[in-house]
Design a protein around this ligand. Structure first.
Ligand code: TYD
Length: 205
């Protein structure tokens, strides 16, 4: 696994589409800044060249094999780690990251790629997170939050896939992980996240 950095704190928010992680990531960032912490926000896929490529290809259904998807997400992540995460952490920032390699484990794993291989591949270069918050919601509810336009068939297909993704997320365990019920009241979820983050923070600047 990549070397743990001496400074900074890396907090990752994970969960299926519609789990509320982006809302929570932004709320956490605001809270940190209000309290005087130098905090940075990043997301994956990024808006960099590989991230844009992912977006462009994702617009065309099934234009990529699972292995090609895996390759693009990993390229995007390598760039994010080198250009954004390491520099921010080395500068002592609290980094809030909306999705990291646990999304690859869950999403590309749900397409049949061996999850241990995905993990090994990522841990050869990725900075280890200090905390990973996984927001758990029922995929049907998650989809209800974000969908509106798609046809019924597309929704069923997507729901089926997200059920598998959510299952993999639920199975990810470890010292740095916390699983929270994403259906709970938004402010209650924010408080639960804050309690975990607060325990990791250096003395206030
Ligand atoms: P998402 O966070 O929803 O980005 P945006 O808010 O810009 O749409 O991520 C886009 C999709 O990419 C989402 O469905 C999850 C998927 N994804 C993977 O399949 N593998 C990965 O490694 C990552 C980071 C995301």
């Amino acid at each position: 696994m990549a070397r743990k950095l001496e400074r900074g704190v890396l907090v990752v928010l994970e969960g299926i589409d519609g789990s509320g992680k982006t809302t929570q990531a932004r709320a956490l960032l605001r809270r940190l800044r209000r309290r005087g912490y130098r905090a940075a926000f990043f997301r994956e896929p990024t808006r960099g060249r590989w991230g844009r490529e992912i977006k462009r290809l994702a617009a065309r259904a099934d234009s990529l094999t699972p292995e090609q998807e895996l390759d693009l997400f990993v390229r995007d992540r390598r760039e994010n780690v080198e250009r954004h995460l390491r520099p921010a952490l080395e500068a002592g920032r609290i980094v809030v990251l909306d999705r990291y390699y646990f999304s690859t484990i869950a999403y590309q794993g749900a397409k049949g790629i061996d999850t241990r291989r995905i993990r090994r591949m990522n841990e050869s270069f990725a900075v280890p997170p200090d905390l990973v918050v996984i927001l758990d919601v029922d995929p049907r509810q998650g989809l209800a939050r974000i969908e509106g336009r798609r046809t019924r068939d597309e929704l069923f297909e997507r729901e089926d896939y997200l059920v598998r993704v959510a299952e993999i997320f639920r199975g990810i365990e470890g010292r740095a992980f916390v699983h929270l019920d994403g259906r709970a009241d938004r402010r209650a979820v924010a408080r639960a996240i804050w309690e975990r983050v607060r325990a990791l923070l250096p003395p206030r600047p």
